[in-house]
Design a protein around this ligand. Structure first.
Ligand SMILES: C[S@@+](CC[C@H](N)C(=O)[O-])C[C@H]1O[C@@H](n2cnc3c(N)ncnc32)[C@H](O)[C@@H]1O
Length: 287
């Protein structure tokens, strides 16, 4: 396990919580504020929140391959529910859950089968009716090792015997390439881009930017998830790594400069296979 720190470049007048997000409004801010635009039609919703995201499309590929359509499924920490609504619109049976719903009125207007349960996955009582399956996308990076252990126990309790748990690792692994990227390259990249911006801002009398460091969460190796699940009777059935460019996109220099250089993208996607942003696991509850 590696602590995941983020280096942020931001206006000097803005502040950010330096510890792991806890409240729903902190999470919402991290997700760009969860605006309720783009809900004019189902097509507009998916064009806005799904089609351009390699992360969500990777989830969809794994979910459609492994989740049975008829399984009564709980989605834990569902956020905007873009993947969930994609599945619901194809006939899957999913109850979304989060600390708060995101745009519930517009979501229900587009998807009449939208079901939401306000549920703190780490603290609220386990629902009485067990689920055939649970899915959890982009959440476990928030959990310390003890919290991850407690979470696996709660997932097992949510599932009926033989139930399926589909987990996304929610970040790249604790691996040398990812560690150098996060602990060395990204802080340097942020400082360089901040310094360049401030030169430009001083010449034009604009507001300065500063670099701030935030404890974003934790990055785990595959083996750590598999072992934590196993301790609670959840046995690995399938695993898949996807989305090999997402981590490079965090670099301002990559987005602004390197992407324009011929062949760089293909080369970086190749190296990126070592630091997949999406790592999907399917576990079976053996009780
Ligand atoms: C990074 S977002 C991911 C949302 C969505 N699953 C996705 O993939 O886009 C993390 C979500 O976890 C939710 N969350 C954080 N702590 C939670 C908790 N203890 N119980 C349930 N949801 C939680 C946040 O409100 C937020 O919507």
């Amino acid at each position: 396990m590696r602590v995941w720190n983020k280096t942020l470049v931001m206006p000097s007048t803005e502040s950010v919580a330096t510890s792991v997000d806890k409240t729903f409004s902190e999470h919402a801010r991290g997700m760009g504020g969860y605006p309720c635009s783009g809900y004019g039609s189902a097509a507009e919703f998916f064009a806005t929140y799904f089609d351009a995201s390699e992360r969500l499309q990777s989830y969809d590929a794994f979910l459609t391959a492994h989740l049975p359509r008829e399984a009564r499924t709980l989605s834990i920490a569902s956020g905007r529910c873009a993947n969930e609504m994609r599945l619901v619109s194809r006939g899957y049976c999913i109850v979304c859950s989060d600390l708060e719903p995101v745009c519930p009125g517009p979501t229900r207007a587009l998807f009449p089968d939208y079901a939401f349960m306000k549920w703190d996955a780490m603290a609220d009582p386990i629902p009485v009716d067990r689920f055939d399956a649970a899915i959890c996308l982009s959440f476990v990076y928030l959990l310390s090792p003890d919290a991850l252990d407690a979470f696996m126990e709660r997932v097992r309790a949510v599932l009926a015997p033989g139930g399926l748990f589909i987990l996304d690792a929610a970040g790249s692994p604790d691996h040398l390439v990812a560690n150098v990227l996060h602990d060395v390259v990204l802080p340097l990249d942020a400082r360089l881009s901040c310094a360049l911006f401030n030169l430009w801002a001083r010449a034009r009398g604009r507001e300065r930017r500063v670099v701030r460091r935030k404890h974003h969460g934790y990055r785990y190796a595959d083996t750590e998830f598999i072992a934590a699940a196993r301790r609670h009777g959840l046995v690995l059935e399938a695993i898949s790594h996807m989305d090999f460019e997402n981590e490079w996109m965090r670099m301002i220099a990559y987005r602004r400069v390197l992407l324009r250089v011929p062949f760089v993208r293909a080369a970086m996607r190749r190296v990126g296979r070592r630091i997949p942003y999406v790592r999907m696991f399917a576990f079976r509850c053996k009780e």
